[in-house]
Design a protein around this ligand. Structure first.
Ligand SMILES: NC(=O)c1ccc[n+]([C@@H]2O[C@H](COP(=O)([O-])OP(=O)(O)OC[C@H]3O[C@@H](n4cnc5c(N)ncnc54)[C@H](OP(=O)(O)O)[C@@H]3O)[C@@H](O)[C@H]2O)c1
Length: 308
């Protein structure tokens, strides 16, 4: 497909972050999902259309009209607990959407945002050469979607990303990312319970967007699978303490608890990614990925802590 513009399929935390970044860089961006996103894309220079990406006919009509040069697959279902309860629906949605866009745009650069849940979590950090062994139904669905895409679209990349965070409003009407959920609770003076036995390498949504933009820009062949994790390997409890510090909240507002007692029970113990390959990209495509302290300092002003 030789066309123009970028089609971003999915308008949640990650899709919106990527669309904002691409639009601010002057790209023509169309964002699609079944319902309109909380933040109207027109506010940052992108355009939104309704699409159920599991409807192959609707995807074909859209791609024939838009003729996108680039496609970013960043749609749900993304809730790990929901996928565990609905494994077949999760699998068929992720595999169908990946297969549809691979068939519609086999020559396009397609970036599928995938996940650390394709690993069981045995290693402290998983790189591109670590054998996959999905941790749960969500990880199995995403792994099958990667396969469906890479089998048909030789220029496609599965970018496996660790836990993503950024600002989301408290009334977003959805389960918020860990950073935003913690920061809102702490800023209301409420205690936060966070596992002290669940490790992650969190990555700012703006850094995910910058790496995605670099991959879309790249004219040369890219590895089919790339990993993106933040530089810091932390437990959720450690991370919550960093967030509290950046907000000026007392550290005792964070209560460490076992992972098994939380909604993270079905997640890999080590939800951590490292890359052997990203550093090989040309200097113009490399992104300085920020750690949890810098991320917390950047985001803290968007949350307010009550005085006293
Ligand atoms: N957030 C993370 O930490 C993280 C980490 C690694 C990978 N990822 C991957 O990134 C993707 C997005 O994550 P997220 O956190 O941004 O999720 P999210 O906030 O739940 O957003 C998912 C988006 O997909 C849309 N969507 C769901 N089903 C759709 C369909 N059939 N057709 C069109 N759009 C559909 C949703 O809107 P509607 O429901 O209105 O359609 C929503 O806009 C997921 O595939 C996830 O695996 C996320």
């Amino acid at each position: 497909m030789s066309g123009h513009g970028t089609l971003v399929v999915g308008s949640g935390l990650v899709g919106t972050g990527i669309a904002r970044s691409l639009a601010s860089g002057g790209r023509s961006v169309t964002l699609v999902s079944r319902r309109p996103p909380a933040l109207a894309p027109e506010a940052y220079g992108a355009h939104w259309e309704a699409l159920d990406a599991t409807d192959a006919g609707a995807c074909r009509r859209l791609t024939e009209r838009l003729r996108p040069a680039h496609v970013v697959l960043v749609h749900g279902p993304s809730d790990v607990t929901w996928c565990e309860d609905h494994p077949e629906e999760a699998r068929s949605a992720h595999v169908a959407v990946a297969g549809t866009f691979a068939a519609l745009a086999p020559g396009a650069r397609i970036v599928l945002i995938s996940t650390d849940n394709v690993f069981a979590g045995d290693a402290p950090r998983h790189t591109e050469s670590t054998p996959v062994a999905p941790a749960n139904a969500y990880g199995r669905a995403k792994r099958e979607a990667e396969r469906a895409l890479l089998a048909l679209a030789p220029r496609a990349v599965a970018l496996r990303v660790s836990l993503v965070y950024g600002h989301e409003p408290s009334d977003a009407g959805k389960w918020l990312n860990f950073f935003a959920a913690c920061a809102h609770r702490l800023s209301r003076g409420e205690r936060v319970e966070a596992p002290d036995d669940h490790w992650t390498t969190p990555v700012l949504v703006d850094d995910v967007a910058a790496v995605t933009a670099a991959l879309l820009r790249a004219e040369h062949p890219l590895p089919p699978v790339l990993h993106l994790g933040g530089p810091d390997r932390v437990t959720r409890a450690e991370w919550a303490t960093v967030i509290a510090g950046a907000l000026g909240a007392p550290p005792e507002m964070v209560a460490p608890v076992p992972r098994a007692r939380t909604r993270y029970a079905s997640r890999p113990v080590n939800a951590c990614l490292g890359s052997e390959l990203l550093a090989n990209l040309p200097a113009t495509e490399r992104v300085a990925v920020r750690g949890v302290l810098e991320g917390a300092r950047l985001l803290a002003p968007a949350f307010t802590v009550p005085a006293g």
